[in-house]
Ligand binder design. Structure first.
Ligand SMILES: Nc1ncnc2c1ncn2[C@@H]1O[C@H](COP(=O)(O)OP(=O)(O)O)[C@@H](O)[C@H]1O
Ligand SMILES: [Mg+2]
Length: 242
């Protein structure tokens, strides 16, 4: 029996869909059969992020109307073995989406519910950027989820190591303390992600988060590591001019 995990965005654009897909890839690489349930009812953003655009034949809207069975909406990812995808696109019945998530726990190790099916999940991961507006929104989201009896972890996304070193943004550990949550992932800012690519260090950060979430080693990616040592000191100084 697998586990459904609710992936929540502190506020739109914080990176929940990106994290759901990239975590899905990283979990699948660890050998965990993973399904990403894309809760976006309007544009199936996850399909675009995961490069599966145009491939969905059925969505949960079709399953809800009886045109197909729930499992027929599952798409296999072409590149990541063990990674599957389910679009909720067009489905307005939240209970039906939650039912689909529960049902999928029979066949998958992890069902990552991107912005949907929270009632089917015992655990949530809140994705937040390290900036004030996002942290404020995360604070509210964490409170609501905890009040609902959920165990909540945090992914600190788009963390710029240079800004942390310069004291411009709070270090990930302090942010987690402020939000009263265990950080399960720290993901660096990676400007190749919006272009559909990923840097090696970001991949490593997602792999560590996947290990944390799946009960493996509890290690977080060190975003400030590149700014340590004599070379790092020069980098830090150069940052002031760019
Ligand atoms: N670590 C990151 N570094 C840089 N850009 C990111 C990162 N994570 C996500 N993004 C970008 O942020 C934008 C919003 O991400 P998305 O996953 O759609 O957010 P949400 O689902 O929370 O609305 C996208 O353009 C995405 O590529
Ligand atoms: Mg999204």
């Amino acid at each position: 029996m697998g586990e459904a995990v609710y992936i929540a965005s502190s506020k739109g654009g914080a990176g929940a869909t990106t994290c759901a897909y990239r975590l899905g890839c990283a979990l699948s690489e660890l050998g965990e059969r993973t399904l990403v349930l894309d809760g976006d009812r309007v544009c199936a953003d996850g399909l675009t992020v995961s490069g599966l655009d145009g491939m969905n034949v059925y969505t949960l809207a079709d399953a809800a109307s009886g045109a197909c069975r729930i499992k027929q909406t599952v798409l296999k990812h072409g590149k990541c073995a063990n990674l599957f995808y389910m679009p909720a696109l067009g489905c307005t019945d939240g209970d039906f989406i939650a039912r689909a998530a529960r049902e999928m726990c029979d066949t998958f190790d992890f069902v990552l519910c991107d912005g949907c099916a929270s009632s089917a999940c015992g655990r949530a991961v809140v994705v937040t950027e390290p900036y004030a507006s996002s942290v404020k929104a995360a604070d509210k989201t964490v409170s609501v989820l905890k009040d609902g009896g959920m165990k909540v972890g945090l992914i600190l996304n788009k963390v710029n190591g240079g800004l942390v070193c310069g004291g411009n943004i709070m270090p990930p550990a302090d942010l987690a303390k402020l939000l009263r949550c265990e950080a399960v992932g720290v993901i660096p800012e990676d400007l190749s992600l919006p272009l559909g690519k990923i840097c090696g260090r970001t991949q490593r950060a997602f792999s560590l988060a996947a290990q944390y979430i799946s009960g493996g080693q509890k290690k977080l990616y060190g975003v400030t590591r590149a700014y340590a040592g004599p070379l790092g000191g020069i980098k830090k100084k150069l940052r002031r001019f760019v």
